[in-house]
Design a protein around this ligand. Structure first.
Ligand code: PLP
Length: 397
């Protein structure tokens, strides 16, 4: 066990640049497209991160639903190190083993037929949109109000918030319909619709869960009109909702699933999985990316999936999610929503301010709106950590 002093010295050695200096240099060197919190993070382990001054934070953001197995899981770090010493990159001009092993693993976990690998969530949505065109010859997309599917030009057309889309028009913009409204979906999907894209649980919107009957109706409506059904599981995948994938709560099989975030334990990866006729539609040269499905990233993903299995993190997500929700009731919320460890909380409070206060008290938490907090911690969290976070929010209120 390291003494607190030696840990602080170690952390200080990791950060060479003084915080304000770093902030100034960032503003001179990097496009400021993100609103960042006032903290420099230098180290992580399990559900905690440390800043450059040695202060520990409980991380209930988890890199935006990425660090499902916790920060720097030793099995994932070992797999990365081992693969890095063996083969890091070759391109897709050659065969590599890990990519096939990962695709087979994803097929077994989801029941889908084929994978296309990429490097992020938005890219997985791009791949699904391209496959829609290839498989159906149609370009019209129906998406849900409040949806978030990424910010690249194709994916952006399916992301709801007009402040994201407005400056970048013209885009191929989806027809947006209210989430969980079967009649509105029925009215919007026509014979010209190529695909309907839905999140089983809307994450960036503030955690809104689909109704099972809505997703079942979406399946039927798509089948009736010759449209494909895409489930965007970028945020809901890999145990986040208390099942392996969000779709597993509803018993509905889509034609495509988009994945990213938690798949490789924190390294960038995405995948678009397809089933049925869509799984036959891409031909050689139709799509590609230099880094996609490389040996290093796939080794990290295989190790991450193994950790989720070995540590029973899917079940843990369900149990800890239920505990988190029960404790959040103490905060007199307007509403609590979610599945597993993907929880939204509406409060009569300024949640942006709450996020800052929590940071000062050693808790990283995320707000998705003025009155909404989103809890997406590593799936390794325990009751004591949940208790601390709930009490910090209570004090901050
Ligand atoms: C459901 C969903 N789809 C797509 C994306 C975009 O993923 P990325 O940020 O990796 O491009 C996100 C990101 O938050 C997401 O939550």
């Amino acid at each position: 066990m390291k003494s607190k002093q030696s840990l602080v010295m170690e952390l200080e050695a990791l950060s060479m640049i003084e915080k304000n200096d770093l902030k100034n240099r960032l503003s001179q060197a990097i496009f400021e497209t993100y609103a960042r919190q006032d903290v420099v993070l230098v180290r992580g382990s399990k559900a905690s991160v440390w800043d450059s001054e040695g202060k520990e934070y409980l991380d209930f953001v988890a890199g935006i639903a990425v660090n499902n197995v916790g920060h720097c899981h030793p099995a994932v770090a070992r797999a990365i190190a081992r693969q890095a010493e063996t083969l890091i990159h070759t391109s897709n001009l050659y065969y590599t083993e890990n990519q096939v092993l990962l695709a087979e693993e994803l097929k077994a976990l989801t029941g889908m037929k084929r994978a296309y690998f990429c490097n992020s969530g938005a890219e997985s949505v791009e791949a699904a949109l391209k496959l829609t065109r290839r498989a159906t010859g149609k370009s019209k997309i129906v998406a849900a109000e409040r949806a978030f599917h990424g910010r690249t030009l194709g994916a952006l057309g399916t992301t709801y918030k007009s402040i994201y889309r407005e400056p970048f028009r013209p885009l191929n913009e989806a027809t947006f319909v209210p989430y969980n409204d079967i009649e509105a979906l029925k009215a919007a999907v026509t014979n010209e619709t190529g695909a309907v894209i839905l999140e089983p649980v809307q994450g960036e919107a503030g955690v809104y869960v689909a109704d099972a009957k809505y997703l079942r109706a979406a399946r039927q409506i798509c089948d009736d009109k010759g449209a494909l059904l895409i489930f965007d599981e970028v945020q809901t995948g890999f145990g986040r909702t208390g099942k392996w994938f969000g779709k597993d709560h509803f018993g509905v099989m889509p034609d495509m699933i988009t994945l990213a975030k938690a798949m490789a334990g924190g390294l960038p990866i995405g995948a678009m999985l397809a089933a049925g006729p869509a799984a036959e539609a891409f031909q050689k040269g139709d799509h590609g990316s230099t880094f996609a499905g490389g040996p290093l990233i796939c080794a990290a993903a295989l190790a991450t999936i193994q950790v989720i299995k070995d540590e029973k993190l899917v079940q843990r997500s369900e149990e800890m999610g239920a505990y988190l929700k029960s404790q959040l009731k103490k905060l007199a919320p307007r509403e609590i929503r979610g599945l597993g460890l993907m929880v939204g909380l509406d409060l009569d409070a300024d949640c942006k301010l709450l996020v800052e206060k929590a940071l000062q008290k050693g808790v990283l938490i995320n707000s998705t709106g003025e009155h909404t907090l989103r809890f997406i911690p590593p799936l390794v969290v325990g009751k004591a950590e949940i208790d601390k976070v709930v009490s910090v929010i209570g004090e901050s209120l």
